[in-house]
Design a protein around this ligand. Structure first.
Ligand code: GH3
Ligand code: MG
Ligand code: MG
Length: 304
């Protein structure tokens, strides 16, 4: 509650504590802003009478993280008209309450505000859970295809603006179907999880990794020259080759093949084109024996 009027503040604090609300009172706008930044209130009661208070205060409170949807009640000692009511609504008010406070009305209004806040929190939580579900692969926890391409789109657009190089690595587990056939689908799942973990350990912050299909993965390396992209793919290939996955008492060995595409200047390149070239390189790696890295990029062309 932000209110410089001591009498009405005390009245509200006493009344609301009787109904198990925890009331924190700020007598000045500055204090209110300070408290809001360090505590998390479920509802705000803001007086329009206080200096620097009212709409300006409410506006600045709502810019604080987590306050954009906190219900607000404005109190005023003026007899208000329709214009003020509309203005209050414009500034996010759920209610405009004329002083002196009416106990019953205030309690009813507050209970509506708190219920609304609980509902909004619940919806927020569910939306972020839905977001997570819609963007991650449940088996490996990596980005799924949809999210990977969304992130790649952002990164390619950014690289286009800054003219930064980037690499794209297309990874495929070799003879994966045989693992399923020999050891069962659950063993195949364990292999996918293990390979995903190895990839997660090797990539750097800012790299984007996703599971694109069954046993296929894409890694986007922003701001990365071809030599570094090639090195990372090669390190990944070696790590997977030398790891042993133990599942159900069986020791399982797998290898990966990787196609690396390096774009020195991604301006004007489409995602499809980039993926296509990386896929062609991957195809060549598989055709020429698997457990290999094949590179496509300008540096290679310059050297040959
Ligand atoms: P290659 O060396 O040519 O890449 O052959 P491969 O066997 O690795 O590839 P192929 O495309 O022939 O088979 C992929 C298999 O992956 C077929 C599919 O049943 C299996 N698979 C796809 N998704 C999953 C999954 O989530 N879990 C498991 N265990 N298997 C999966
Ligand atoms: Mg495949
Ligand atoms: Mg494969």
């Amino acid at each position: 509650m932000a209110d410089s009027d001591e009498e009405s503040s005390n009245f509200i604090a006493e009344l609301l504590s009787l109904y198990n609300y925890e009331v924190i009172h700020a007598p000045t706008a500055a204090e209110a802003a300070h408290l809001a930044a360090s505590l998390q209130f479920d509802s705000l009661i803001v007086s329009l009478d206080m200096p620097n208070g009212g709409f300006t205060l409410s506006q600045s409170l709502r810019e604080i993280d987590g306050y954009d949807d906190v219900p607000v009640l404005f109190s005023t000692s003026e007899v208000y008209d329709y214009a003020l009511l509309m203005e209050a609504q414009f500034y996010g008010a759920l209610f405009l309450h004329m002083k002196p406070f009416n106990e019953c009305e205030l309690l009813a209004q507050l209970s509506t505000m708190v219920r609304l806040k609980i509902l909004r929190d619940e919806i927020k939580g569910r939306l972020s859970e839905l977001d997570r579900l819609a963007s991650t692969d449940p088996l490996t926890g990596l980005y799924n295809r949809r999210m990977f391409f969304r992130r790649m789109d952002e990164e390619v657009a950014r690289a286009g603006r800054t003219a930064a190089p980037m690499c794209l690595i297309y990874v495929d587990i070799g003879y994966f179907k045989v693992i399923n056939d020999d050891h069962g689908h659950a063993a195949g799942d364990a292999v996918l999880q293990q390979v995903a973990r190895t990839m997660t350990r090797i990539i750097r912050r800012g790299d984007v990794l996703g599971r694109i299909g069954g046993e296929e993965f894409l890694i986007l390396l922003p701001d990365t020259p071809g030599s570094a992209g090639q090195r990372i793919a090669e390190r990944l290939r070696q790590r997977v080759e030398h790891a042993t996955i133990i599942y159900g008492g069986h020791k399982i060995k797998v290898t990966i093949s990787a196609g690396v595409f390096h774009a020195a200047d991604p301006v004007g390149l489409s995602l499809d084109e980039m993926v296509k070239v990386a896929d062609q390189a991957l195809y060549e790696a598989k055709e020429t024996g698997r457990n290999r890295v094949v590179y496509r990029g300008e540096e290679e062309n310059n050297n040959s």
